[in-house]
Design a binder for this molecule. Structure first.
Ligand SMILES: *[C@@H]1O[C@H](CO)[C@@H](O)[C@H](O)[C@H]1NC(C)=O
Ligand SMILES: *[C@@H]1O[C@H](CO)[C@@H](O)[C@H](O)[C@H]1NC(C)=O
Ligand SMILES: *[C@@H]1O[C@H](CO)[C@@H](O)[C@H](O)[C@H]1NC(C)=O
Length: 175
C-alpha cells in the first residue's frame, strides 16, 4: 500500500521538460567528500530501464546541506565498514534539501538489490519513510533526476520504477 502511494507520487509529474538536468542541484563524490571505493565494477548494459527506490531509514532525514553531507558520509561508512561493501550501495541519494548526491553514479554497478544490481539504478531518499513520504522537494528532485537519466541516455524513455521491497522476498525490507 505504502509502496503504491509512493509510486503514484513519483509518477504524477514524470513529465517532459527542457534540459531537466540543468535545473537539479547535484553534488558529486568530491563535493561530499566520498571515500574511495575498494573496487569498481562498471555496468555492462546501458541504457537501463529500471529505477529501484529505497529509503536509507537510518540516519534520519536531513534538510540542510551540511547535515545531508554528513548523512551521506555516514551511509557510506556504514556500507563499507558494517556491510563490507566496496562503496556506498546506492547510485544516487536524495535529501530533503532537494539535492541529489552521487553514490556510485551512472556508470558503475551498485549493491542495492541482490539480483538487480546490473539492471537498475537505485535512488535512496535519506531518512526513514516507513510511515511518511519524503517531502515534495525531495520527490520532485528524484523525479527530475530520473528524467535527467533519460536525457543523458543512461535510461530508456519507457523506464519503470519499483520500490526495493518489490524486488525482494517479502520481509527483506520494509520498502
Ligand atoms: C569503468 O568505466 C570508466 C568510464 O566510465 C572507465 O574509465 C574505467 O576504466 C572502467 N573500468 C573498468 C574496470 O572497466
Ligand atoms: C522507521 O520508522 C518506523 C515507523 O515509525 C519505525 O518502526 C522504525 O523503527 C524506524 N526505523 C529506524 C531504523 O529508526
Ligand atoms: C558499525 O560498526 C562499528 C564498529 O566497526 C560499530 O561501532 C557501529 O555501531 C556499527 N554501526 C551500526 C549501525 O551497526
Amino acid at each position: 500500500m505504502k509502496s503504491i502511494v509512493l509510486l503514484y507520487l513519483l509518477f504524477i509529474t514524470v513529465a517532459h521538460g527542457e534540459s531537466v538536468c540543468d535545473a537539479i542541484s547535484f553534488v558529486n563524490r568530491a563535493g561530499w567528500g566520498a571515500r574511495e571505493p575498494t573496487s569498481i565494477t562498471n555496468l555492462t548494459t546501458k541504457p537501463l530501464s529500471l529505477f529501484a527506490i529505497h529509503h536509507a531509514e537510518d540516519p534520519p532525514s536531513c534538510y540542510d546541506d551540511e547535515s545531508c553531507v554528513e548523512r551521506v558520509k555516514e551511509i557510506q561508512i556504514f556500507h563499507q565498514h558494517n556491510q563490507s561493501w566496496v562503496d556506498i550501495g546506492y547510485h544516487f541519494l536524495v535529501g530533503e534539501n532537494g539535492k541529489v548526491y552521487e553514490g556510485r553514479g551512472w556508470d558503475r554497478q551498485a549493491a542495492h538489490s541482490p539480483g538487480w544490481n546490473n539492471d537498475a539504478y537505485s535512488i535512496s531518499f535519506i531518512g526513514n519513510f516507513s510511515t511518511s513520504s519524503p517531502n515534495e522537494k525531495a520527490l520532485k528532485t528524484a523525479r527530475s533526476w530520473m528524467n535527467c537519466g533519460v536525457e543523458r541516455h543512461y535510461v530508456t524513455k519507457d523506464f519503470y520504477v519499483i520500490t526495493h521491497r518489490q524486488s525482494q522476498r517479502p520481509g527483506y525490507t520494509t520498502w
